[in-house]
Design a protein around this ligand. Structure first.
Ligand SMILES: Cc1cc2nc3c(=O)[nH]c(=O)nc-3n(C[C@H](O)[C@H](O)[C@H](O)COP(=O)(O)OP(=O)(O)OC[C@H]3O[C@@H](n4cnc5c(N)ncnc54)[C@H](O)[C@@H]3O)c2cc1C
Length: 368
């Protein structure tokens, strides 16, 4: 008998889970609260561990159509001194997939096309989820209810599914913001296949191409929480580096900010009976290692494999969380550590960007 999955949230986790389970023969409904899928946001850095999942479900060509394959990752000090160069051009051989830059809007469109509009319910805001005998039941703000064999809460950092099952959680309150903006690669004379990171004593800045001649930058610094003009002034003063040119090339209307939060105490469980969580709903993570979406994709892969190989949904969900909670924990910790700018500058003396060692050990789970 065909099994039915209700997936709450039409972000990267939810859409990918919908495609994956659909290809395994499940009947899938993805319920998104907003009247349209994400159109806002800047770019996203996809790493091999996430790309491998997208390629596994047949999206390699679609991804190549929208993304930019990166062949180098360069790190500089804020006055432009080179700190490290990582040649990532051979990552398909090394890790089975390359490093990519994509525009979030294009990724969202690519995933929803692969899912199929018939499986997507927009304007469906989950308000609660419960178990009812041999089914899980979702209630939506529009008054609808839906019953399924499994419910996946893929509804992001403020997850209603998580709150329904595990209650409200305490978030870190560092009041750190990450700022992002879009620019044309040619206007800043940037390399079209290189990601760049720039470290200062009290902040950092990075940028990468995302396709269509566009690139995005991300930046955070102590005390820069409110004002766009302060951000422009602060990073515009990093002379000697490429940052002032990138800032000058940025269309100010594209600059956005997000508060950065993870959980004070990561969840000990993600599942209860037929209900489980994935992505930011399960494990909000700071973007220090650019791993939030990549970890979300890994969640989906393990979840779907478990659902395909265990006899009961409950045992599949228990196995899934058993594998993934242990894998994500060190990534969350290391992502936070990369917001320690002084610590990073210490490492800079060794001419290394610690990101690559951490990625290798913690995301690829390989011995150095
Ligand atoms: C500034 C910044 C930069 C980042 N950069 C990177 C990066 O370069 N690489 C990387 O891998 N990660 C990055 N991340 C992390 C990444 O964006 C997230 O980890 C990823 O988007 C999580 O995807 P998700 O699908 O789990 O959640 P989301 O993307 O948050 O999607 C959740 C979806 O659920 C919907 N929803 C919410 N509530 C409900 C409800 N009640 N009912 C129904 N639908 C609901 C939302 O509208 C949304 O569409 C970054 C994060 C930030 C803040």
């Amino acid at each position: 008998m065909t099994r039915h999955a209700i997936i709450c949230g039409g972000g990267i986790s939810g859409l990918t889970a919908g495609i994956y389970l659909g290809r395994m023969g499940w009947d899938v409904t993805v319920c998104e609260k907003d009247p349209e899928l994400r159109t806002a946001g800047a770019g996203l850095n996809l790493w091999p561990n996430g790309i491998r999942v997208l390629e596994k479900i047949g999206l390699r060509q679609a991804l190549e159509n929208i993304g930019v394959f990166l062949n180098a990752y360069r790190t500089f000090s804020s006055n432009g001194e080179p700190i490290a160069v990582e040649d990532v051009s051979g990552w398909r051989e090394k890790y089975g997939a390359p490093l990519y830059g994509v525009h979030r809007r294009n990724l969202s469109r690519m995933l929803s096309d692969a899912l199929g509009q018939d499986k997507l319910r927009l304007g469906h805001e989950l308000v609660s989820v419960q178990q009812d005998g041999s089914e899980a039941v979702c209630t939506f703000g529009n008054g609808e209810t839906m019953r399924g064999d499994v419910v996946l809460g893929a509804d992001g950092v403020t997850s209603v599914a998580r709150n329904s099952v595990f209650g409200p959680q305490e978030f870190s309150a560092d009041e750190q913001m990450r700022w992002r903006g879009l620019f044309n690669v040619a206007d800043a004379d940037a390399d079209p296949n290189t990601e760049v990171e720039v470290w200062g004593t009290d902040g950092h800045f990075g940028c990468l191409p995302i396709g269509g001649g566009k690139a995005y930058w991300f930046a955070a610094a102590d005390g820069l929480t409110q004002d766009v003009e302060e951000v422009v002034d602060f990073f515009g003063s990093w002379r000697g580096s490429l940052v002032p040119a990138v800032i000058a090339a940025t269309d100010k209307s594209t600059i956005i900010r997000n508060s950065l939060r993870d959980l004070v105490r990561p969840l000990k469980n993600w599942s209860s009976g037929r209900i489980t969580l994935a992505g930011d709903a399960a494990h909000p993570v700071l973007p220090g290692m650019a791993q939030g979406a990549n970890q979300a994709l890994e969640d989906v892969d393990v979840l779907c494999q478990c659902l395909g190989s265990y006899g009961s949904v409950e045992s599949a969900l228990a196995a899934y969380e058993g594998i993934r909670i242990a894998q994500v924990a060190p990534v969350i910790k290391a992502s936070r550590a990369l917001f320690d700018y002084e610590g990073q500058n210490e490492v800079a003396k060794g001419n290394k960007n610690p990101l690559f060692d951490r990625y290798h050990r913690l995301a690829e789970r390989r011995v150095v």
